[in-house]
Design a protein around this ligand. Structure first.
Ligand code: ADP
Ligand code: TRP
Length: 361
């Protein structure tokens, strides 16, 4: 059987998402890009935009094309190399094998095992609250079969490329385990069909358990910074005006201890600002703590963080405005050709195994 790419594959899906904040940037996007830069050469890095996943929950379809492009522009601005031979950047729906294999694996997946997926339970419950959203937005908020069997599509995303390593957040570990289960089940029924991705514990060993990093909401540092927050005051978006972002830092909630220490339990607000500064300067947190420890003037310290964030956003937004659509489309084209080759070879193996194609094609 043809194995098109011989290097081991690291694969991850980059969700199309327009309002990314600095938590997403430092917690997910940047580590992924750094991983790609460091591991390319030794590994094949598949980064793809799961556009077929985009409407498992209601969206405005008129915006999807822009969101996909914008997503790729964000990654380019954050430093993802677009012309590295070992780094593929592709759109899922441009590789039809994803949809085709999903149907096949749907028919080997139990209704019960999908019903147990916690993300389905959470998201479908949110949609049940959907009357209000439906009235407000006109969006169809029904719980769809697409949301239900999305883990099967995600398994195909992984199995089509023989991926071994899949960096995902905690909320996706159950889906990754499902990918391992279905691969194992198919292999025991049909012989060596799929590469089984490594178990979650092995993934953590390989990537380091960097998932722990959580930037907190500036207004309420007891919770994480999140786009689903009601008010924007505690969240800095990558698209925020740098001056507005600086103001958000200046009005961040701290405490009345008048002593700067890195102690996320006792002083969550000030510790969060130390953490943000460490990330902005790419310095270890101990170094930042040593520089400011014991300082009494929160205002002066905030000013330093505010200046740093506004410099960061100005630079980032300049890079974003300079992201070159031509280069992105060229990366899509090169990557989608390679992705189709690999995915089609795997799909054919599966089609032959289940009897849809003659064994010797
Ligand atoms: P949000 O909570 O803003 O909706 P998502 O749940 O869509 O974010 O997460 C997208 C990615 O960003 C995940 O990998 C998640 O771990 C990371 N992430 C989200 N919020 C933060 C945060 N406050 N600090 C660090 N990483 C974060
Ligand atoms: N489901 C992932 C998320 O919501 C995105 C994703 C889709 C993915 N397919 C994948 C991640 C395959 C890793 C591997 O964030």
């Amino acid at each position: 059987m043809d194995i098109v790419m011989s290097k081991p594959v690291i694969l991850t899906g980059l969700r199309a998402n327009n309002d990314l904040h600095i938590g997403n940037y430092f917690g997910a996007m940047l580590p992924m890009i750094e991983m790609a830069r460091q591991r390319a050469g030794e590994f094949q890095i598949n980064m793809f935009i799961p556009d077929l996943h985009s409407f498992t929950t209601p969206i405005d379809h008129d915006q999807l094309q822009d969101q996909i492009l914008n997503n790729a522009r964000l990654y380019a601005a954050a430093g993802l190399p677009l012309d590295h031979d070992d780094i593929l950047l592709y759109r899922q729906s441009y590789v039809p094998a994803h949809s085709e294999l999903t149907w096949i694996l749907d028919c080997f997946t139990g209704f019960g095992e999908m019903s147990r997926m916690t993300q389905f339970k959470d998201k479908s419950q949110n949609l049940h609250l959907g009357d209000y959203i439906r009235e407000k937005t006109g969006l169809d908020t029904r719980v769809t079969v697409g949301l239900f069997n999305y883990p099967v599509l995600m398994a195909c995303d992984i199995l089509l490329y023989d991926a071994q390593y899949v960096p995902v957040g905690d909320d996706q570990t159950q889906h990754l385990e499902f990918a391992r289960d279905i691969a194992g089940r198919m292999n025991s029924k049909f012989g060596d069909l799929f590469t089984v991705p490594h178990a979650v514990s092995k993934q953590h060993e390989f990537f380091g358990k960097g998932q722990g990093l959580r930037i907190k909401d500036l207004a309420d540092p007891s919770k994480k910074m999140s786009k689903s927050d009601d008010s924007d005051k505690g969240v800095i978006f990558l698209t925020d005006d740098p001056q507005v972002a600086a103001k958000k830092i200046m009005s961040a909630t701290t405490d009345d201890k008048a002593s700067i220490n890195y102690n996320p339990i006792e002083q969550p607000g000030i510790s969060n600002l130390l953490q943000v500064l460490a990330l902005l300067r790419s310095q270890p947190i101990d170094q930042i703590e040593a520089e400011f420890k014991g300082g009494q003037h929160y205002g002066d310290f905030k000013r330093i963080v505010a200046d740093e964030i506004s410099r960061f956003l100005t630079d980032f937004q300049t890079r974003l405005s300079e992201s070159d659509n031509q280069a992105i489309y060229a990366a899509f084209k090169r990557s989608e050709e390679r992705a189709n080759e690999h995915a089609n070879a795997t799909l054919l193996r599966a089609q032959q195994a289940v009897g849809l194609r003659p064994k010797e094609a």
